[in-house]
Design a protein around this ligand. Structure first.
Ligand code: NCD
Ligand code: ZN
Length: 353
């Protein structure tokens, strides 16, 4: 169904889900979770903690900590993922899926990004698990970047398609695969032309800025994330894909909080914390593209349909009301800088009803 935009100032839609979030743990989890739960009914929670979430017991315990951190007035369900390691046990994955603990598995090529040191060193090492996942219809979520030191950082995603993904798709033709946080026109084209069991998430930040933002007048660590933002032509391809109405593309913010100290450092962490205004950010992009009517499909329909989950029944509304994004969100003594900090956004989440 198209987003209802009969009145130019109110945008009503089915409550959305976020198919890619980092909620972290401890004080950070407490500080960030409600920013996601306020807008989104469900979220696919990434397992890249230290140590990673790679057993059913660890995922259940983590899920309880998340549920405890959620404001009880918000209706929010975390969907857990299993971190794939070289020695992951196929039985454990299958059992976790059967028990309703694991919704999906996450493939991090070893050392591709934050807390991925335990990731997979060779895709062949996890073929038994992929076989099982294909059989039971469990989605594989992929951080799609090659990790060799020789490859230029801006080429890592496109090369992953050629070197890994094409073979993976050929070897497991029925496996559901989500190419996470795509950043290139090559990735958008690959997903578009692949079979219907291949989909992609797109973040608000990759829709809004290109790699120049990271170097505008000096180095700007809050725009640094992985996969790193690419050239303008790639951003334009992502905007076209997201707003096209194609069911293969859906919302996944990749909200990835790090404290200001960890970002503003000689070796700053990768990640953009966009949860507080993620939905409003997507609305900005869709409006600029003249495609507000497509927002509901991208945010609230394509994801659950791909995962084989029911659509949310709740409705939400975005109001055309300017909001100024706070400069910081506090985490105990520390701070996180949100995406669009200090800037104005034209849309504001009105209510759940
Ligand atoms: C993520 C993180 O910090 O956990 N960082 C990021 O830049 N997106 C990891 C990831 O999704 O790559
Ligand atoms: Zn991520």
């Amino acid at each position: 169904m198209a987003t209802s935009v009969g009145n130019n100032d109110i945008l009503k839609m089915r409550r959305p889900d976020d198919w890619h979030v980092h909620l972290r743990d401890g004080a950070m989890l407490e500080a960030v979770t409600n920013h996601t739960a306020r807008s989104f009914a469900r979220a696919i929670v990434m397992p890249n903690l230290t140590p990673p979430i790679a057993t059913v017991a660890a995922a259940e315990a983590y899920r309880s900590r998340i549920v405890k951190a959620v404001d009880p007035s918000l209706n929010f369900t975390p969907l857990m993922t299993c971190y794939l390691t070289d020695d992951i046990n196929a039985k454990e994955v299958e059992q976790g899926h059967a028990e309703g603990v694991f919704t999906a598995c996450k493939l991090y090529p070893a050392n591709a990004t934050t807390n991925s040191a335990h990731g997979v060193t060779d895709i062949k090492n996890i073929y038994a698990v992929l076989e099982a996942m294909q059989r039971i219809g469990m989605p594989l979520l992929v951080h799609g970047e090659v990790t060799d030191r020789e490859t230029d950082i801006f080429d890592r995603e496109a090369l992953f398609i050629e070197r890994i993904l094409e073979k993976l798709v050929a070897d497991f033709p029925a496996l559901k695969i989500v190419f996470e946080h795509i950043t290139t026109e090559e990735a958008a084209a690959f997903v578009q032309s692949a079979s219907e069991n291949i989909a992609a998430t797109i973040t608000p930040h990759h829709l809004e800025y290109n790699r120049n933002a990271i170097f505008a007048g000096g180095i700007r660590p809050h725009y640094y994330c992985l996969p790193v933002a690419k050239r303008e032509k790639h951003r334009l391809a992502l905007r076209k894909a997201a707003t096209s109405g194609t069911p293969k593309f859906f919302l996944g913010t990749d909200t990835a909080p790090h404290t200001v100290d960890a970002k503003e450092s000689a070796c700053g962490c990768a990640g953009v914390f966009n949860a507080p205004t993620a939905l409003e950010s997507y609305a900005k992009t869709f409006e600029e593209e003249g495609a507000l009517g497509m927002l509901e499909a991208f945010a609230s329909e394509n994801g659950p349909r791909f995962y084989g989950l029911p659509l949310n029944e709740e409705q939400i509304a975005l109001k055309r009301q300017t909001q100024t994004v706070p400069e910081f969100i506090e985490v105990g003594e520390a701070k996180i800088k949100p995406f669009h900090a200090g800037e104005e956004l034209a849309w504001t989440l009105a209510r759940n009803n």
